[in-house]
Design a protein around this ligand. Structure first.
Ligand code: NAP
Length: 291
């Protein structure tokens, strides 16, 4: 693949992509590129009207389906009503540094939405997936370890830490998913990616309103566009890569330049933590690896 810009993509006719959170930001831009290149793109969104509106701005074959990752019943409904092959599942949706809250199933909101919802969705859809699973993490995964004694941040809630841990969980999930796919003999691969720093709606829901103002300034001054941020995702979806690749902008601090392999933190390379997270996620969601 020459690059991850729309004009350079191969013909994707006959392929189906499910993109979570595709009504906005990076997910929207990735969905748009995949559809323009001929793929059939399913916009998996929590608000159907926002999804329908986004679909009107995409040229090509799209379909809007309801998916609330903060509600396992909704995740199960999405999977139960799915029929047909999925070339790639793109676990893109996310929330960042929001006020403390719980998902419908009682999980801390960021861990529940960003990790557990995608964990359940992936395992439920896996029998239909033919090529790969791409999960969008973040450079901010770098920092903390997971606290297995307090995955729901009940002892102390710090919105930034909770976000960082959920993005670390995205990488550990990808690692263990790849290990399980390989040992089951499946040809499906798992990759992760991150966009660098792109101005999207993500930065406007911080628990502290002052931080929203600061991030608004940051978005104007430092951030790249959502289109730029979608390039690593599209690259991870389409390029021929070693299993469990982690793709991000390859230039300045993972913020600029063409998509390429990026370094992950030592905590994100911890196989024992990845296995433990998998077991805990399986227990909490009631969804197991199906292959
Ligand atoms: N932008 C960056 O600089 C940056 C950096 C690193 C990583 N990321 C990651 O990139 C991904 C995309 O974020 P973005 O920057 O494009 O932000 P965004 O514009 O806010 O998009 C996030 C998407 O996730 C959806 N979403 C949120 N909660 C959901 C739920 N419970 N169920 C289903 N969908 C839900 C949102 O839907 P609504 O529109 O209905 O809210 C929206 O479509 C996230 O995983 C984020 O962590 C972004």
């Amino acid at each position: 693949m020459a690059s991850s810009r729309s004009a350079d993509l191969p013909d994707l006719t006959g392929r189906t992509y499910v993109v979570t959170g595709a009504n906005s930001g990076i997910g929207f831009e990735a969905a748009r590129k995949l559809a323009v290149a001929g793929g059939h793109v399913v916009l998996a969104v929590r608000d159907l009207s926002r999804g329908e509106e986004a679909a009107t701005r995409i040229e090509g074959s799209t379909e809007v389906r309801e998916l609330d990752l903060a509600d396992l019943a909704s995740v199960r409904r999405f999977a139960e009503t799915w029929d047909g092959d999925i070339t790639a599942l793109v676990n893109n949706a996310g929330i960042m540094m929001v006020a403390q809250g719980r998902t419908a199933d009682g999980f801390e909101r960021q861990f529940g939405t960003n990790h557990l919802g995608h964990f359940a969705l992936t395992n439920l859809l896996l029998p239909a997936i033919t090529d790969r699973v791409v999960t969008v993490s973040s450079g901010l995964h770098n920092g903390p370890q997971l606290d297995f004694d307090d995955l729901d941040s009940e002892r102390k809630y710090n919105p930034t830490r909770a976000y960082q841990r959920s993005k670390l969980a995205n990488l550990l999930f990808t690692r263990e998913l790849q290990a399980r796919l390989a040992s089951s003999g499946s040809g499906v691969v798992a990759h992760a990616c991150h966009p660098g720093y792109s101005a999207t709606n993500l930065q406007s829901h911080h628990a502290n309103p002052v931080m929203n103002k600061l991030m608004w300034v940051g978005n104007k001054v430092l951030a790249t566009s959502a289109e730029f941020g979608s390039r690593p995702t599209v690259h991870a979806v389409l390029a021929d890569l070693p299993p469990d690749s982690y793709i991000g902008p390859s230039g300045f601090q993972g913020m600029r330049g063409e998509p390429g392999p990026n370094k992950r933190s030592p905590a994100a390379r911890d196989d024992a933590a990845a296995r433990r997270l998998w077991e805990v996620s399986q227990e909490r969601t009631g969804v197991a690896f199906p292959l």
